[in-house]
Design a protein around this ligand. Structure first.
Ligand code: PLP
Length: 371
């Protein structure tokens, strides 16, 4: 077998984002047992770090040994029982995934669809709910398929009117955009390691409010999944430290370092860095005559959607960027396939240099794709 060390790509797509150098160093440290006392102490620090990053001092947080999607599965399968009514905002690929996971959990799903590329209107969800009680109001904070930031704040009142818990997909927003789990009254949220936290993929931070934990305790049926059973996971992450699965010590050590970097920078500074560098990208795109899909007030700082100009071959441009310049950007998903480019400036990858580099490389690749 030949050596297969990967090429050094610049990751400016929807994720994974570039791994911070010290996180890569942390990954390369010797492997520890999953019950090593040194690791268990670091896991306590990870839980505290996650509470800080979610801004959930009263929350219960841990990281699942799996990707962001498992966070959706864990939250939905714990907070929903067969027949429960769930209101989901769907204006992109990941809203649709959330609705599908709730359907598979046996929920009676009211999916409220909005245009891809716009934030949802809370009144549209209120109207669709028709005042009937719901178990969950579920939203995507940062819709990575469209580049829209959905403000969850107006939905707390709606959730209260419906007697519902408010749950939020923070896969693209954790560490990249303002998020206040406790202050905004979020009941459960999930994220990933490979975007705003600048770690590699493989871990899914999740966070629960006290109200959500009480709802889980009050379930009539036990949770079906063994691997994603929060009670068993909490026994490993705290409590008796009982074996549940063989967590990757290397990944946990890497997440610890990633969280340390986030907290060293400070969340408000990190949010501002993402917003500032996104604006460099947006104004540079406008100067080059490239249109953005989303109105400025609704844009996600970590991920921007640029419309592919008429007559330009989207796939050819992305291929040139990757093969000639080692730059990865994303293409459109679902109805936006071939319509938009998705440029991510996330975590360690959010810099003025990368914003300008993305625009320059895109211009070169567009010119080459024409010729
Ligand atoms: N939710 C959103 C908003 C995402 O952007 C993604 C992945 O990009 C996911 C969920 C799924 O996360 P993962 O691919 O880590 O399972």
């Amino acid at each position: 077998m030949n050596s297969a060390l990967p090429p050094d790509r610049l990751l400016l797509g929807p994720g994974p984002s570039p791994t911070a150098p010290s996180v890569l160093l942390a990954l390369a440290r010797p492997t520890l047992g999953h019950l090593d006392p040194w690791l268990l102490a670091r896991m306590d620090e990870i839980r505290a770090g996650l509470r800080e990053v979610f801004r959930a001092p009263r929350g219960t947080a841990l990281a699942l040994s799996s990707t962001g999607t498992s966070g959706i599965e864990l939250v939905v399968h714990h907070l929903v029982e067969r027949g429960d009514r769930v209101l989901v905002g769907v204006s992109g690929y990941f809203g649709a995934r959330l609705a599908e996971i709730a359907r598979r959990a046996g929920a009676d799903v009211v999916a409220v669809e909005g245009p891809w590329g716009r934030a949802l209107d809370p009144d549209a969800l209120r109207k669709a709910a028709g005042g009937k009680p719901c178990k969950l109001v579920a939203l995507v904070h940062g819709e990575t398929s469209t580049g829209v930031l959905q403000d969850p704040r107006p939905y707390r009142a709606l959730a209260d009117e419906l007697g519902a818990l408010l749950v939020l997909d923070c896969v693209t927003t954790l560490g990249t955009a303002e998020l206040e789990f406790d202050a905004w009254g979020i009941d459960a949220a999930w994220s990933c390691s490979q975007k705003g936290l600048a770690c590699v993929s493989g871990l899914a931070p999740v966070c629960f409010s006290e109200r959500a934990l009480a709802a889980i305790k009050a379930r009539k049926q036990p949770v079906q999944s063994f691997y994603l059973d929060l009670a068993l996971l909490l026994e490993y992450w705290g409590g008796a430290r009982a074996y549940h699965h063989t967590a990757s010590s290397n990944l946990l050590v890497a997440l610890h370092e990633a969280l340390r970097l986030v907290l060293e920078e400070g969340l408000p500074a990190r949010w501002k860095r993402h917003a500032d560098n996104a604006r460099v990208l947006w104004s540079g795109a406008a100067e080059r005559g490239l249109e953005l899909l989303v109105p400025e007030a609704e844009r996600l700082p970590a991920l921007s959607t640029l419309k592919v100009p008429r007559g330009v071959d989207d796939a050819k441009v992305r291929k040139t960027l990757l093969e000639r310049y080692d730059v990865e950007i994303g293409g459109g998903l679902g109805p936006l396939k071939g319509q938009v480019w998705r440029i991510g400036l996330m975590g360690h990858g959010s810099s003025e240099r990368n914003a300008r580099l993305a625009l320059g490389a895109l211009a070169l690749a567009m010119a080459e794709a024409k010729g």
